[in-house]
Design a protein around this ligand. Structure first.
Ligand code: FES
Length: 289
Protein backbone atom coordinates (compact mmCIF):
# COMPACT_ATOMS: atom_id res chain seq x y z
CA UNK A 1 0.00 0.00 0.00
CA UNK A 2 1.65 3.23 -1.09
CA UNK A 3 1.64 6.60 0.68
CA UNK A 4 -1.07 8.07 -1.54
CA UNK A 5 -3.45 5.23 -0.72
CA UNK A 6 -2.74 5.63 2.98
CA UNK A 7 -3.32 9.36 2.67
CA UNK A 8 -6.71 8.87 1.01
CA UNK A 9 -7.70 6.29 3.62
CA UNK A 10 -6.71 8.76 6.33
CA UNK A 11 -8.86 11.50 4.81
CA UNK A 12 -11.88 9.21 4.51
CA UNK A 13 -11.43 7.91 8.07
CA UNK A 14 -11.14 11.42 9.49
CA UNK A 15 -14.24 12.56 7.59
CA UNK A 16 -16.16 9.51 8.80
CA UNK A 17 -15.19 10.14 12.42
CA UNK A 18 -16.21 13.78 12.10
CA UNK A 19 -19.57 12.85 10.62
CA UNK A 20 -20.23 10.29 13.37
CA UNK A 21 -19.32 12.83 16.03
CA UNK A 22 -21.54 15.55 14.57
CA UNK A 23 -24.54 13.27 14.14
CA UNK A 24 -24.09 11.82 17.60
CA UNK A 25 -24.04 15.22 19.25
CA UNK A 26 -26.67 16.81 17.03
CA UNK A 27 -28.98 13.81 17.52
CA UNK A 28 -28.96 14.41 21.26
CA UNK A 29 -30.28 17.96 20.99
CA UNK A 30 -34.01 18.63 21.58
CA UNK A 31 -35.98 18.73 18.35
CA UNK A 32 -38.88 20.60 19.98
CA UNK A 33 -38.17 24.32 19.79
CA UNK A 34 -40.64 24.96 22.61
CA UNK A 35 -38.40 23.22 25.07
CA UNK A 36 -40.00 24.47 28.27
CA UNK A 37 -43.43 23.03 27.34
CA UNK A 38 -42.10 19.48 27.43
CA UNK A 39 -43.82 17.15 29.98
CA UNK A 40 -41.22 17.65 32.66
CA UNK A 41 -41.39 21.44 32.26
CA UNK A 42 -45.20 21.43 32.54
CA UNK A 43 -45.00 19.63 35.86
CA UNK A 44 -42.53 22.19 37.13
CA UNK A 45 -44.72 25.01 35.83
CA UNK A 46 -47.79 23.67 37.62
CA UNK A 47 -45.83 23.35 40.83
CA UNK A 48 -44.62 26.95 40.46
CA UNK A 49 -48.15 28.23 39.87
CA UNK A 50 -49.45 26.46 42.94
CA UNK A 51 -46.66 27.84 45.11
CA UNK A 52 -47.25 31.35 43.83
CA UNK A 53 -50.98 31.15 44.43
CA UNK A 54 -50.32 30.11 47.98
CA UNK A 55 -47.87 32.96 48.47
CA UNK A 56 -50.32 35.44 46.93
CA UNK A 57 -53.10 34.20 49.24
CA UNK A 58 -50.85 34.57 52.27
CA UNK A 59 -49.89 38.10 51.17
CA UNK A 60 -53.52 39.09 50.69
CA UNK A 61 -54.42 37.76 54.14
CA UNK A 62 -51.54 39.67 55.69
CA UNK A 63 -52.61 42.90 53.98
CA UNK A 64 -56.16 42.39 55.22
CA UNK A 65 -54.94 41.98 58.79
CA UNK A 66 -52.63 45.02 58.65
CA UNK A 67 -55.18 47.27 56.89
CA UNK A 68 -58.68 46.44 58.24
CA UNK A 69 -61.57 48.34 56.62
CA UNK A 70 -62.40 51.47 58.53
CA UNK A 71 -65.83 52.35 57.10
CA UNK A 72 -69.05 50.47 56.46
CA UNK A 73 -68.55 50.83 52.70
CA UNK A 74 -65.14 49.24 52.93
CA UNK A 75 -66.54 46.36 54.97
CA UNK A 76 -69.30 45.87 52.38
CA UNK A 77 -66.92 45.90 49.42
CA UNK A 78 -64.12 43.88 51.03
CA UNK A 79 -65.61 40.51 50.08
CA UNK A 80 -66.23 41.65 46.49
CA UNK A 81 -62.74 43.05 45.80
CA UNK A 82 -60.87 40.99 43.18
CA UNK A 83 -57.86 39.12 44.55
CA UNK A 84 -54.50 40.71 43.82
CA UNK A 85 -52.92 39.51 40.57
CA UNK A 86 -49.44 38.05 40.71
CA UNK A 87 -47.69 39.13 37.49
CA UNK A 88 -45.52 36.01 37.69
CA UNK A 89 -48.61 33.88 37.12
CA UNK A 90 -49.16 35.48 33.76
CA UNK A 91 -46.13 33.72 32.30
CA UNK A 92 -46.29 32.43 28.71
CA UNK A 93 -44.23 29.69 27.13
CA UNK A 94 -41.25 30.79 25.03
CA UNK A 95 -39.35 28.80 22.47
CA UNK A 96 -35.84 27.51 23.06
CA UNK A 97 -34.48 29.98 20.51
CA UNK A 98 -36.27 32.85 22.30
CA UNK A 99 -34.98 31.61 25.60
CA UNK A 100 -31.38 31.61 24.36
CA UNK A 101 -28.78 28.93 25.10
CA UNK A 102 -30.17 26.21 27.33
CA UNK A 103 -28.00 24.19 29.65
CA UNK A 104 -28.36 21.13 27.44
CA UNK A 105 -27.51 23.20 24.37
CA UNK A 106 -24.47 24.63 26.09
CA UNK A 107 -23.15 21.20 27.04
CA UNK A 108 -23.88 19.83 23.57
CA UNK A 109 -21.94 22.65 21.95
CA UNK A 110 -19.08 22.31 24.43
CA UNK A 111 -18.90 18.59 23.76
CA UNK A 112 -18.98 19.17 20.01
CA UNK A 113 -16.20 21.76 20.28
CA UNK A 114 -13.96 19.50 22.35
CA UNK A 115 -14.64 16.57 20.04
CA UNK A 116 -13.92 18.73 17.00
CA UNK A 117 -10.63 19.98 18.41
CA UNK A 118 -9.56 16.44 19.28
CA UNK A 119 -10.56 15.14 15.85
CA UNK A 120 -8.81 18.02 14.11
CA UNK A 121 -5.57 17.36 15.97
CA UNK A 122 -5.85 13.66 15.24
CA UNK A 123 -6.45 14.30 11.55
CA UNK A 124 -3.57 16.76 11.25
CA UNK A 125 -1.17 14.41 13.04
CA UNK A 126 -2.31 11.50 10.86
CA UNK A 127 -1.90 13.46 7.66
CA UNK A 128 1.52 14.72 8.72
CA UNK A 129 2.54 11.12 9.35
CA UNK A 130 1.17 9.74 6.09
CA UNK A 131 1.86 12.65 3.77
CA UNK A 132 4.48 11.59 1.23
CA UNK A 133 7.58 13.68 1.51
CA UNK A 134 7.88 15.66 -1.65
CA UNK A 135 11.05 17.57 -0.81
CA UNK A 136 14.48 16.26 -0.08
CA UNK A 137 15.51 13.86 2.65
CA UNK A 138 14.41 10.42 3.69
CA UNK A 139 11.20 9.45 1.93
CA UNK A 140 12.20 11.10 -1.34
CA UNK A 141 14.72 10.13 -4.07
CA UNK A 142 18.29 10.60 -2.83
CA UNK A 143 21.34 10.88 -5.05
CA UNK A 144 24.21 8.84 -3.55
CA UNK A 145 26.81 9.72 -6.16
CA UNK A 146 28.55 8.05 -9.08
CA UNK A 147 27.96 4.33 -9.45
CA UNK A 148 31.59 3.40 -10.24
CA UNK A 149 32.92 5.46 -7.32
CA UNK A 150 30.51 3.80 -4.93
CA UNK A 151 31.33 0.35 -6.26
CA UNK A 152 35.09 0.79 -5.80
CA UNK A 153 34.51 2.18 -2.33
CA UNK A 154 32.57 -0.92 -1.29
CA UNK A 155 34.53 -3.74 -2.93
CA UNK A 156 38.02 -4.07 -1.48
CA UNK A 157 41.16 -5.14 -3.32
CA UNK A 158 41.00 -8.64 -1.84
CA UNK A 159 37.40 -9.05 -2.96
CA UNK A 160 35.93 -8.60 0.49
CA UNK A 161 33.02 -6.26 1.01
CA UNK A 162 32.80 -3.24 3.28
CA UNK A 163 29.26 -1.88 2.92
CA UNK A 164 28.92 1.87 2.70
CA UNK A 165 26.40 3.43 5.05
CA UNK A 166 24.55 6.56 3.89
CA UNK A 167 22.80 8.12 6.87
CA UNK A 168 20.55 10.48 4.88
CA UNK A 169 19.07 7.49 3.06
CA UNK A 170 19.25 5.12 6.08
CA UNK A 171 20.90 2.76 3.65
CA UNK A 172 23.58 0.15 3.52
CA UNK A 173 24.99 -0.04 0.00
CA UNK A 174 26.11 -3.55 -0.98
CA UNK A 175 27.17 -5.14 -4.28
CA UNK A 176 25.16 -7.81 -6.10
CA UNK A 177 26.89 -9.90 -8.79
CA UNK A 178 25.01 -10.09 -12.06
CA UNK A 179 25.07 -13.90 -12.17
CA UNK A 180 23.48 -14.12 -8.70
CA UNK A 181 20.34 -12.21 -9.60
CA UNK A 182 18.63 -14.91 -11.67
CA UNK A 183 16.68 -17.26 -9.39
CA UNK A 184 17.17 -15.08 -6.31
CA UNK A 185 14.50 -13.36 -4.24
CA UNK A 186 15.34 -10.16 -6.08
CA UNK A 187 14.88 -11.29 -9.66
CA UNK A 188 12.58 -8.95 -11.55
CA UNK A 189 12.54 -6.35 -8.78
CA UNK A 190 14.02 -2.85 -9.23
CA UNK A 191 16.44 -3.36 -6.34
CA UNK A 192 19.70 -3.97 -8.24
CA UNK A 193 21.18 -1.39 -10.57
CA UNK A 194 24.36 -1.18 -12.61
CA UNK A 195 25.07 -4.90 -13.03
CA UNK A 196 26.68 -5.83 -16.36
CA UNK A 197 29.98 -6.18 -18.21
CA UNK A 198 31.36 -8.32 -15.39
CA UNK A 199 30.68 -5.65 -12.83
CA UNK A 200 28.28 -6.20 -9.93
CA UNK A 201 25.29 -4.00 -9.44
CA UNK A 202 24.47 -2.22 -6.22
CA UNK A 203 21.61 -2.69 -3.77
CA UNK A 204 20.37 -0.25 -1.12
CA UNK A 205 19.38 -2.13 2.05
CA UNK A 206 17.29 -0.32 4.65
CA UNK A 207 19.27 -0.25 7.91
CA UNK A 208 16.14 -1.10 9.88
CA UNK A 209 15.85 -4.66 11.25
CA UNK A 210 12.63 -6.26 9.99
CA UNK A 211 12.05 -7.87 13.39
CA UNK A 212 11.38 -4.88 15.63
CA UNK A 213 13.15 -2.04 13.86
CA UNK A 214 16.57 -1.77 15.50
CA UNK A 215 19.34 -0.35 13.40
CA UNK A 216 21.36 -3.26 12.03
CA UNK A 217 25.14 -2.74 11.89
CA UNK A 218 27.39 -4.50 9.43
CA UNK A 219 29.93 -7.10 10.54
CA UNK A 220 32.88 -7.19 8.18
CA UNK A 221 34.57 -10.27 9.78
CA UNK A 222 31.49 -12.45 9.20
CA UNK A 223 30.48 -10.53 6.04
CA UNK A 224 26.93 -9.98 7.20
CA UNK A 225 24.53 -7.77 9.13
CA UNK A 226 23.92 -8.77 12.73
CA UNK A 227 21.24 -7.18 14.86
CA UNK A 228 22.31 -6.48 18.45
CA UNK A 229 18.74 -6.40 19.76
CA UNK A 230 17.56 -10.00 19.38
CA UNK A 231 20.25 -11.58 17.27
CA UNK A 232 18.75 -11.66 13.78
CA UNK A 233 21.39 -12.19 11.13
CA UNK A 234 21.49 -11.44 7.45
CA UNK A 235 24.19 -11.98 4.83
CA UNK A 236 25.65 -9.10 2.85
CA UNK A 237 22.82 -9.32 0.32
CA UNK A 238 20.39 -8.76 3.19
CA UNK A 239 19.07 -12.33 3.01
CA UNK A 240 17.75 -13.80 6.24
CA UNK A 241 20.15 -16.21 7.91
CA UNK A 242 19.07 -16.59 11.56
CA UNK A 243 17.08 -15.13 14.43
CA UNK A 244 13.48 -13.92 14.85
CA UNK A 245 13.38 -11.72 11.71
CA UNK A 246 10.43 -12.80 9.53
CA UNK A 247 11.99 -11.98 6.13
CA UNK A 248 15.02 -10.57 4.37
CA UNK A 249 16.15 -7.03 5.12
CA UNK A 250 13.95 -4.55 3.31
CA UNK A 251 15.48 -2.58 0.46
CA UNK A 252 14.76 0.45 -1.64
CA UNK A 253 14.11 0.73 -5.35
CA UNK A 254 17.20 2.07 -7.14
CA UNK A 255 17.89 3.66 -10.51
CA UNK A 256 20.58 5.56 -12.40
CA UNK A 257 20.26 9.10 -13.68
CA UNK A 258 21.79 10.30 -16.96
CA UNK A 259 25.15 10.94 -15.27
CA UNK A 260 25.34 7.39 -13.84
CA UNK A 261 24.52 8.59 -10.36
CA UNK A 262 22.81 6.11 -8.10
CA UNK A 263 19.36 7.33 -7.07
CA UNK A 264 17.77 5.58 -4.08
CA UNK A 265 13.99 5.82 -3.88
CA UNK A 266 13.70 5.89 -0.11
CA UNK A 267 9.94 6.27 -0.39
CA UNK A 268 9.65 2.92 -2.17
CA UNK A 269 10.41 0.07 0.23
CA UNK A 270 10.49 -3.45 -1.21
CA UNK A 271 10.01 -6.51 0.99
CA UNK A 272 11.21 -9.98 0.05
CA UNK A 273 10.59 -13.33 1.78
CA UNK A 274 13.24 -15.46 3.40
CA UNK A 275 15.32 -17.01 0.65
CA UNK A 276 15.64 -20.80 0.58
CA UNK A 277 18.73 -20.52 -1.63
CA UNK A 278 21.25 -17.90 -0.58
CA UNK A 279 23.19 -15.81 -3.10
CA UNK A 280 26.27 -15.28 -0.93
CA UNK A 281 28.03 -17.26 1.74
CA UNK A 282 27.55 -16.39 5.42
CA UNK A 283 29.38 -16.39 7.77
CA UNK A 284 32.81 -15.99 6.34
CA UNK A 285 34.44 -15.29 9.67
CA UNK A 286 33.68 -14.66 13.36
CA UNK A 287 30.42 -13.03 14.33
CA UNK A 288 30.26 -9.56 15.90
CA UNK A 289 27.40 -10.17 18.39
S1 FES B 1 15.09 -5.93 16.21
FE1 FES B 1 16.63 -7.02 15.22
S2 FES B 1 16.43 -8.99 15.92
FE2 FES B 1 14.87 -7.93 16.95
Amino acid sequence: MDATTLFIIGIVAAAGLLAIGVFTVAGGRPKDETGITAPLDRVALQRDRRARRERAARSAAAVAVLSPPETDEEYDGADEAPPPVDPMLERTAVSASQLGVTRRGFFNRALLTVFGIFLGQFAIAGLAFMWPKLGEGFGSPINLGNLNDLRSEIIQGDGSIVPTFVASAQTWLVPMPENAIAGSSFEGLPVVIGAGGGEPGLMALWQRCVHLGCRVPSCVPSQGFECPCHGSRYNFHGEYEAGPAPRNMDRFAVELDDADNLIVQTGQVIETPRASTKTIQYPQGPSCV
